[in-house]
Design a protein around this ligand. Structure first.
Ligand SMILES: Cc1ncc(COP(=O)(O)O)c(C=O)c1O
Length: 381
């Protein structure tokens, strides 16, 4: 038996990778499972995206290796999207790098900037990948608290009291997953000042900006952010293209070049037709966002009813494709979701998988049809 690398001892198989095996087994045994666990959009991408990839097959270049930096038209479309949506002006040649989803960006950025023993500030609760990638590259996670009382905004004064001498990167994720909280302007301003004072690279992971969000924000629009911040974005949720694997990292040329140094040694440019489809998605007009959100709005109302029927409480002033709900006191999240799965065949995510501050909460995904949600509600009532 060949022994695996030491780094594998630092991480476990992703929670959903394990749990979905169990859920799928139940499904295969005939249980009528309603899956509200993961945020994998079930709606279709824009039709012109499908047409673009279909037409791309006729192009002689379609099957060749593609540029590591992506098609110039794709980079152009990405910076135009940032200009139109966030009023952020970037160079298409040097300040954007297309990625195969924002998730891979977390690894590439970590590989580009972290040495063994460096520390990384990670939100608790937060996306588990920040922690696992930090460990995989031999750096150390330092969790910072996000609390409901302060609307899940970081307490910069508390952070400032820590020994920050080894901290190199801080992961920030607004609109926030799993809670749905949005950053205030003050949060971004304080974060930029904090990063400058302490020589920390802040990365805002921003894939949820256009789902049920009245005020999409980019950290790159904060004065001074260009020196110390990067932003990740993605087409997965905004355009229902999660399986296509298209994302981007944006920011200062030197930072982008360092990430390219890693990425160009690990993969080649993404498939031509995917890039052509992505270009069309990024050009969508306002109507796309309005129709997408009208579907999610209807679904969210049903999930609120479902959460209420389960004696959970929730805020209605949130964004994103999840409802984050507080359980009645003394109920453990994993016990609660396991019981719901066993008794009602409804799968939701336990909050503790996002960190200790997620204990006592559960997360419902909006990626299910209204029929399924009505059925779930009927089962509870
Ligand atoms: C906070 C957060 N960041 C990144 C990702 C990954 O998105 P992508 O599909 O762009 O890799 C997710 C997906 O669930 C997420 O919740």
């Amino acid at each position: 038996m060949i022994e695996v690398a030491n780094r594998l001892q630092t991480v476990e198989e992703y929670y959903f990778s394990k749990k979905l095996r169990e859920v799928n087994l139940l499904k295969a045994s005939g249980k009528p499972i309603i899956n509200l666990g993961i945020g994998s959009p079930d709606l279709q991408p824009p039709q012109k995206v499908i047409s673009a990839i279909t037409e791309s097959f006729a192009d002689a270049r379609a099957n060749q290796y593609q540029s590591y930096q992506g098609l110039p038209e794709l980079r152009e479309a990405m910076v135009s999207f940032y200009r139109d949506q966030f009023d952020v002006y970037l160079s298409p040649t040097t300040e954007v790098l297309p990625l195969m989803g924002s998730k891979e960006g977390i690894m590439h950025i970590s590989m580009a900037f972290l040495n063994e023993g460096d520390e990384v500030l990670i939100p608790n609760p937060g996306y588990p990948t920040y922690t696992s990638v930090t460990k995989l590259v031999g750096a150390e996670p330092v969790f910072y608290d996000l609390k409901e009382e302060t609307n899940w905004q970081p307490d910069i004064e508390a952070l400032e009291k820590l020994d920050l001498s080894r901290v190199k990167i801080m992961w920030v994720n607004y609109p926030h997953m799993p809670t749905g909280a949005n950053a205030t302007e003050a949060t971004f301003t304080k974060l930029v000042a904090f990063a400058k004072r302490n020589n920390i690279l802040i990365v805002n992971d921003n894939p949820y900006s256009f789902v049920l969000n009245d005020s999409p924000k980019s950290i790159l629009s904060t004065p001074g952010a260009r020196d110390c911040c990067l932003e990740l974005n993605s087409l997965s949720k905004t355009f229902n293209m999660a399986g296509w694997r298209v994302g981007m990292v944006l920011g200062k040329t030197d930072y982008i070049n360092s990430i390219l140094k890693v990425k160009s040694n690990m993969d080649s440019g993404m498939f031509y037709g995917i890039q052509k489809g992505a270009i069309e998605a990024l050009k969508c007009s306002k109507i796309w966002y309005v129709s997408l959100n009208s579907v999610y709005e209807r679904r969210r109302k049903l999930i609120w009813q479902l959460a209420k029927a389960l004696n959970c409480t929730y805020s209605t002033n949130t964004t994103g494709m999840f409802v984050w709900a507080k359980l009645p006191i003394y109920v453990k999240a994993e016990e609660f979701i396991d019981l719901l799965l066993k008794e009602n065949h409804i799968f939701i995510a336990p909050g503790n998988i996002f960190g200790s501050n997620g204990e006592g909460y559960v997360r419902f995904s909006l990626c299910a049809t209204t029929e399924d949600l009505e059925e779930a509600l009927a089962r509870i009532k």
